[in-house]
Design a protein around this ligand. Structure first.
Ligand code: ADP
Ligand code: MG
Length: 701
């Protein structure tokens, strides 16, 4: 059951050789036959259909035309040199353009010969052209080979210069498949294959590259997606069980005085059922002696802070200290205020440590942490610094941190001889599929219910031209005593321009809402944190009616009297950002509103984002659309966090397969963790194959 054929170095394939082999390794990470077979097409095109030149549309991904070249010439000098051919069919003429391989084209293309041309049409100078099209002479043989499902592969400029374009890659794949008959071993146990009614792995490879018909293609996709998701799940689940064996957690045997006193005397409201359920899950973890590594997801405003606080009290009750880390100073300060207020009269020593904490205060905090006098420490990243040492840290809570990967968690673990329990809280809902893969080594809890009495925020989309209506509405709301955020985009690449937009916006607000009747404030990332605090403080005290801001207010900020969120150039924000920003309102008892202001020109994606925002307040629904639009790699929270590299699965659409695959992996890990049963030996050998030199797997674990 070894994969010798699949492990054959790619250079050994006829038509590859050392030079192209090196390119395939460097450009596509294809090192052996197996890698090539797992280099899947990104789409299939119907090569039996022909378009007319007069019906082209720049949105068409690919077109196939049939006609003749009526003239061609080489234009430009040196690097700008290109070959331009006028191609005519019975409806019109378009240009074909090549920037490379000109010498060869000059000798092989003929005017007057009938060709089939295949490529992507683009508009240049008001005319359609196709750059680097595939060109084939029309003859019986070529027309016969056209399949209605021809696989298309991504290639790169470098590969194309070595004729490894989509078609070149397809030829190589075909060669491997031809030699591989009977040499492609299974990688799943026989019982899974028969239970799931899967086609064989060999057939699946064959059909994914050279589909016979859409039904078989579908079956091939199912099988290969399952394979991929099964092995990703298996790896993550195994890591989790290894972690649990290595790290024993502190056992918090009892719920004691702090927790109970808080519950009886200080808790200002009844917990929602969702909050209770999550607290129970946490309680079970920390009471069991295993090491807690839990992700808590809950939409904006779902009440995660109180859960965090009560979780910290569990640690205190068992003689441990606890800390909570927030991503910004604004948020850390806000937590400090609300938590100090919640703990009033309880004799618990709470500290706040951020980058701007004075040295003298900082020293005192360090001392009190070491002596154990300080029970709870709140702060920013300053908490992870090695200088911050605890007497007995038992619980770490990380709030709203999108980029809190395995490495940072490891740093926290060094703060005690045994690693403290870890709870990561996020309001950027991560679709379940993504959570299962990205945070597969964590347990997941969800607060799926908002505190009672919240009115859903009303969201509308308006154009710049509705400015007067917007101002009118803002005035009405201010007259009712409400406050307003107006947010401008700030994108790193165009920071200077955006900054100008923000300040222009601020000035036009001041003009439309003049003193003394109105007060307009501003807050942005270039201000010192002291100035930011002042602005935020003024807004919180309702001395400012309108706060003009960048996304510095995106996360966590809590001003319940603010009930209108105006987002300027809303088309420039991603969905999760829009959702976060909208979450700044709707925190009090009043009806809240979100106005998404855009220009008239909107891309299809932008329209979908705006529609989604107007349609729903549900963060999970929004996250699913976001995932569909952007793919997992670009979602907030996944950058640099070691997302497995998916070759065929799509987390936005393959949730059901992922669940099946994960359950199958879990079952095997329970029944036969060492893969020693004969039927499971294929797993052991396939794991060896995929782990032979893959750094990305090492990164996950
Ligand atoms: P988030 O999950 O976004 O961090 P917070 O913890 O800031 O949400 O809570 C949002 C608001 O809801 C706070 O003002 C908090 O006091 C309030 N809140 C939390 N839980 C409840 C509850 N069970 N009933 C009523 N209000 C609650
Ligand atoms: Mg919060």
């Amino acid at each position: 059951m070894t994969g010798t054929f699949l492990e054959t170095p790619i250079e050994y394939l006829k038509g590859v050789g050392p030079e192209r082999g090196k390119l395939l390794r460097n450009e596509l990470n294809i090192t052996c036959f197996g890698d090539l077979l797992s280099y899947f097409p990104f789409r299939y095109v119907d090569r039996t259909k022909f378009h007319k030149t007069n019906e082209l549309d720049a949105d068409m991904p690919y077109v196939q035309l049939r006609g003749r070249i009526i003239s061609m010439e080489v234009v430009g000098k040196n690097r700008a040199q290109r070959m331009v051919a006028n191609f005519k069919d019975d409806s019109g003429i378009i240009e074909l353009v090549w920037f490379q391989g000109i010498k060869w084209l000059k000798s092989s293309l003929k005017t007057g010969t009938e060709y089939v041309v295949f490529g992507k049409p683009t508009v240049f100078n008001g005319k359609f052209n196709i750059a680097h099209p595939e060109v084939d002479e029309v003859n019986e043989e070529n027309l016969k080979l056209q399949s209605s499902l021809q696989a298309m592969y991504y290639s790169s400029d470098k590969l194309k210069t070595r004729s490894l374009d989509s078609r070149g890659i397809s030829k190589l794949v075909r060669a491997v498949l031809q030699n591989g008959a009977g040499k492609i071993p299974e990688n799943l146990p026989a019982d899974i294959i028969s239970n799931q009614r899967f086609i064989s792995r060999e057939t699946a490879f064959y059909q994914i590259h050279l589909p016979t018909n859409p039904e078989l293609l579908k079956k091939a996709e199912m099988r290969l997606k399952f394979d991929e998701l099964f092995y990703i799940s298996l790896t993550l689940l195994r890591q989790k069980s290894v972690n649990q064996k290595i790290f024993h957690g502190f056992r918090f045997g009892s719920i004691g005085e702090y927790f109970n006193t808080f519950y009886k005397s200080n808790l200002p409201f009844e917990l929602t059922n969702a909050q209770k359920k999550v607290l129970k899950e946490i309680r079970t973890d920390v009471g069991s002696g295993k090491h807690m590594n839990r992700l808590l997801q809950g939409d904006v405003g779902s009440g995660k802070t109180i859960v965090a606080l009560m979780t910290m009290l569990m640690a205190l009750d068992n003689g441990f200290q606890a800390c909570l880390m927030a991503p910004t100073e604004i948020l850390a300060a806000q937590h400090f205020e609300s938590i100090t207020a919640l703990l009033k009269g309880m004799n618990i020593n709470v500290g706040l440590l951020t980058g701007s904490t004075k040295i003298s205060v900082r020293r005192k905090i360090h001392e009190q942490l070491l002596s154990g006098e300080m029970h709870i420490l709140l702060g920013t990243h300053a908490l992870i610094e090695p200088k911050v040492q605890f007497k007995n840290l038992g619980m770490v809570i990380v709030d709203e941190q999108h980029r809190f990967g395995v490495e940072q968690r490891a740093k926290l673990w060094k703060k005690n001889t045994n690693p403290p329990h870890v709870l990561i809280m996020t309001a950027t809902p991560i679709p379940r599929t993504l959570a299962m893969t990205l945070y597969g080594d964590l347990d997941v809890s969800v607060i799926d219910e908002l505190p009672p009495g919240r009115k859903p925020i009303k969201t509308i989309h308006l154009f710049d031209s509705n400015r007067l209506r917007i101002f009118g509405f803002m005035k009405e709301q201010i007259n009712l005593g409400r406050q307003i955020y107006v947010v401008y985009p700030l994108i790193e690449e165009s920071e200077t321009m955006d900054y100008k937009d923000l300040m222009d916006g601020y000035e036009s607000m001041v003009r439309a809402f003049p003193r003394p009747q109105y007060e307009v404030g501003v807050i942005h990332g270039r201000m010192s944190s002291a100035d930011k605090d002042i602005s935020m403080g003024q807004f919180l005290k309702n001395r400012i009616n309108i706060l003009v801001a960048t996304t510095v207010i995106e996360v966590g900020v809590n001003v319940p009297n603010a009930s209108v969120m105006v987002i300027e150039s809303a088309e420039r924000f991603g969905l999760s950002q829009l959702h976060q920003l909208r979450g700044r309102v709707g925190r009090g008892a009043d009806q809240s509103y979100c106005m998404l202001v855009t220009s008239f020109k909107l891309s299809a994606d932008a329209k979908l984002r705006l529609e989604t925002m107007c349609k729903t307040n549900d963060g999970f629904e929004i996250a699913d659309v976001d995932l569909r639009l952007r793919g997992p790699g670009d979602l907030a929270g996944t950058q640099q966090s070691g997302l497995p590299d998916f070759k065929i699965s799509n987390l936005a659409t393959d949730g059901a397969i992922l669940t099946e695959a994960r359950n199958a992996a879990l079952k095997i890990l329970v029944e036969d963790p060492q893969f020693s049963q004969p039927k499971n030996q294929v797993i052991a050998s396939y794991l060896n194959f995929i782990n032979r030199n893959k750094q990305n797997w090492a990164r996950i674990s």
